[in-house]
Design a protein around this ligand. Structure first.
Ligand SMILES: C[S@@+](CC[C@H](N)C(=O)[O-])C[C@H]1O[C@@H](n2cnc3c(N)ncnc32)[C@H](O)[C@@H]1O
Length: 508
C-alpha cells in the first residue's frame, strides 16, 4: 500500500531547510503537490509564523486518506482548506506558484499503468520537446510539472531518489533543466545522514529557481542530520562552520556530465574509457530459464545431446571471486545448479533428435511458446546467441560489482554483462585484465553506475563502455597504443546519452 502510492514521508530536519530555501523571499503562497501527512505544511507554517509573514498553503494528493493523516499530524481544517485530491502531473493546477516544495511519489516505471505511462510520455514530450526514455518513473514527470508550475523568480525544493540523475533519461532531462532554470544547489547525503535509511536508494535535494541559468552551482554533501548549516548556506548567510556539510562550487556542465549525484570528477576529462578497448553486451535473455536452462544431469535424462547445449552461468551468486573456471562449472553441477542452455538454432525441427522434439512439444504444452518475449521469436525455441566473452561483468552488487575472467568459456544469462576485447590475442587480454581487475578501476564504477542504498551500484552496458580507465594503469600495461586517445566533450556525452535508449539496457 505504502509502495503502491510511493508514500515515504520526509524527515522534519530535511523539510526545515527545504522550506527555508523556498520561502526565502517571503512569498504569499506555497504549493506541496504531493502532500502526504503534511510535513512541509507544518514546517512552512512554523517558518512563516516565526518570521511574521502571511502564507497560504496549497496542497494536492491523489489519496484522500492523507487528510486524516495530516489532521493527526497537527494540521487544522483551516490549514487544509486549499488541499485538492487530484493528480498533479496529469491534471495540474491552472495557476503558478512562487514556492513549491515536493517529495514526489517514488514510483518506478513498471508500477505505472500503460495508459498512465502513455499520458506521462506525451506530457513530457510536449513540455521539454524531447522524448524521455520510457524507464523514467513518476518522480521524473513530477519534476517537469513542478518546474512548469513555478512563477517567474519562484523557487522549488525537490527531494528525490538519486536515480533521477543516473537513469538513461537523465542527460535529456538535466540538459533541458539547465538550459531553462537556475540550479542553485544539489544536496547529497552521506550514509549517516540518509533521509530514508531503510530505503534501497540514495536521496538528493535539488534547489532550483525559475531564473536565468547560472554557470555554477553549489554541490553539497551533508554529513549530519541537521538543517542549521544547510539553511544558512542556502539563504546565502554567513554560516558557523560546524562541518556538518561539505560544499563544492561546481561548473554546471561538469556536474551534469559527471552526474549530479556524483562528487566532482577530480581530474581533467578521463582520457581512456573501457569502450576504447572493448565492447559490452548484456547477457542472454531466454524468456523462460526454467525451460531453456538446465543441469547437465537433467539434459542427459531428457536425452538432449551435449552438442545442442551451451555452457552458461545464470546467477551472479554462482560466480565466486574473480575467475570462473571449468571446475566452477562442475562445482555448480554438483550443487544441482543449471549450467547448460538449450541451443537448437542451427537445425530445423525435423533434423532434431526425437528426444529434443519431444521436449519442445512438451514446452508448447506447458505454454512456453506463448510467453510475451518468446512468442516474438521464430521458431519460438530459437534462443539468443553470444560468443563466450573472455570477461564477464557482475553489474549489480552490494559493493561487489566487478569484472570476472571467464576461463570456463560460458555464456552469461542477463545477470552478467559480456565484455568483448577489441583484439583477441591473449597478451592484449592479459593487459586489459590487469587494468580492469585493479581496485582503482573498480572504484571508478561509481562514476558510471547508478547508486542504490548501502553502496550497491548498477551499471548498464553503454555506461560500462564509458567506464574511465586510470591513465597510469593504461600506460603501465602498454595499452595506450591500442586506443585512439580522445577528449570526451560535453556535446559527445549528450549526443551519446540520447542514443542510450537501446534495447540492450531495456532488458536489464
Ligand atoms: C513521498 S509522499 C510525500 C508526502 C509528503 N509531502 C512528505 O514529504 O512526507 C508522496 C505523496 O504523493 C501522493 N501522490 C502519488 N501520486 C500522485 C499524483 N499523481 N499527484 C499528486 N499526489 C500524488 C502520494 O499519495 C503520497 O502521499
Amino acid at each position: 500500500m505504502l509502495r503502491a502510492k510511493g508514500q515515504f514521508w520526509t524527515p522534519d530536519w530535511v523539510a526545515e531547510f527545504m522550506i527555508a530555501y523556498v520561502l526565502c523571499d517571503r512569498p504569499k503562497r506555497l504549493l506541496d503537490p504531493a502532500l502526504g501527512a503534511g510535513v512541509f505544511f507544518r514546517a512552512a507554517k512554523q517558518h512563516a509564523e516565526s518570521r511574521g509573514f502571511e502564507l497560504s498553503l496549497f496542497g494536492r494528493d491523489v489519496d484522500s486518506g492523507v487528510i486524516e493523516q495530516a489532521r493527526r499530524s497537527g494540521l487544522s481544517i483551516d490549514d487544509l482548506q486549499h488541499l485538492e485530491i487530484r493528480d498533479f502531473v496529469l491534471d495540474p493546477p491552472s495557476e503558478k506558484f512562487p514556492a513549491i516544495v515536493v517529495n514526489p511519489p517514488y514510483l518506478r516505471h513498471h508500477r505505472l499503468s500503460l495508459p498512465q505511462k502513455m499520458a506521462l510520455r506525451v506530457f513530457a514530450r510536449t513540455a521539454i520537446g524531447r522524448r524521455i526514455d520510457g524507464r523514467a518513473g513518476l518522480h521524473v514527470y513530477f519534476l517537469i510539472r513542478a518546474l512548469q508550475t513555478l512563477s517567474p523568480g519562484g523557487r522549488l525544493g525537490y527531494l528525490v531518489s538519486a536515480d533521477i540523475c543516473e537513469g538513461v533519461f537523465a542527460q535529456t532531462l538535466w540538459q533541458w533543466i539547465a538550459s531553462k532554470y537556475k540550479l542553485d544547489a544539489v544536496i547529497d547525503f552521506s550514509s549517516e545522514a540518509a533521509p530514508f535509511p531503510d530505503v534501497d536508494t540514495n536521496a538528493l535535494v535539488f534547489c532550483i529557481q525559475n531564473a536565468p541559468p547560472s554557470k555554477y552551482l553549489n554541490w553539497i554533501k551533508c554529513h549530519q542530520r541537521s538543517s542549521e548549516e544547510l539553511t544558512s548556506l542556502l539563504l546565502g548567510k554567513a554560516r558557523k562552520k560546524n562541518h556538518t556539510i561539505e560544499v563544492h562550487r561546481r561548473d554546471l556542465a561538469e556536474a551534469i556530465s559527471t552526474g549530479l549525484s556524483r562528487p566532482p570528477s577530480q581530474a581533467e576529462v578521463d582520457r581512456y574509457t573501457l569502450g576504447d578497448f572493448a565492447s559490452v553486451r548484456r547477457g542472454i535473455v531466454t524468456g523462460a530459464n526454467d525451460f531453456f536452462f538446465m543441469t547437465l544431469a537433467k539434459a542427459k535424462q531428457l536425452g538432449i545431446p551435449e552438442a545442442l547445449l551451451t555452457k552458461a552461468v545464470g546467477r551472479t551468486r554462482d560466480v565466486v571471486g574473480e575467475d570462473f573456471s571449468p571446475e566452477d562449472v562442475e562445482r555448480l553441477e554438483a550443487l544441482g545448479r543449471p549450467t547448460r542452455l538449450l541451443n537448437v538454432n542451427n537445425l530445423s525441427f525435423d533434423q532434431l533428435p526425437a528426444s529434443v522434439q519431444a521436449y519442445l512439444k512438451e514446452g508448447e504444452k506447458r505454454g512456453f511458446d506463448q510467453k510475451t518475449l518468446i512468442q516474438t521469436r521464430k521458431p519460438w525455441y530459437r534462443t539468443e546467441v553470444r560468443i563466450p566473452p573472455p570477461i564477464l561483468f557482475a553489474y549489480l552488487g552490494r559493493r561487489n560489482a566487478r569484472f570476472i575472467r571467464n576461463c570456463a568459456g560460458v555464456v552469461p544469462l542477463t545477470c552478467l554483462l559480456c565484455v568483448y576485447p577489441n583484439h583477441d590475442d591473449t597478451n592484449f587480454l592479459d593487459r586489459l585484465w590487469g587494468v580492469l581487475s585493479h581496485p582503482q578501476t573498480v572504484n571508478n564504477l561509481r562514476k558510471v553506475g547508478k547508486s542504490y542504498g548501502g553502496g550497491a551500484i548498477k551499471v548498464e552496458p553503454r555506461a560500462l563502455e564509458r567506464l574511465p580507465l586510470p591513465d597510469d594503469l593504461v600506460q603501465r600495461e602498454g595499452l595506450a597504443k591500442y586506443a585512439q586517445a580522445k577528449q570526451a566533450s560535453l556535446v559527445d556525452l549528450f549526443d551519446r546519452s540520447s542514443q542510450v535508449a537501446d534495447e540492450e539496457a531495456k532488458a536489464l
